[in-house]
Design a protein around this ligand. Sequence first.
Ligand SMILES: [Zn+2]
Length: 72
Amino acid sequence: MRRPQYPGKKFLGNINSKEVHDLDQEDTSGSGCQIDEIVRAGHAVTFDPDILFEAHRLGYDNCAKCLGGSHR
Ligand SMILES: [Zn+2]
């Protein structure tokens, strides 16, 4: 689910874990992406351009829950 505080953004990174999430494929289960927890903790970051390549370029790894295919 995309968040109104990040208008139009599909990808959201966690600066603490250096993982990137796809908000359109978010796992909202208790052990899922926990996007709201990331936002609440102030660890959320978005990318410009809002593409996976940019996240990878900045050293972010795919979240196993929503994106899979970890590069680590
Ligand atoms: Zn995720």
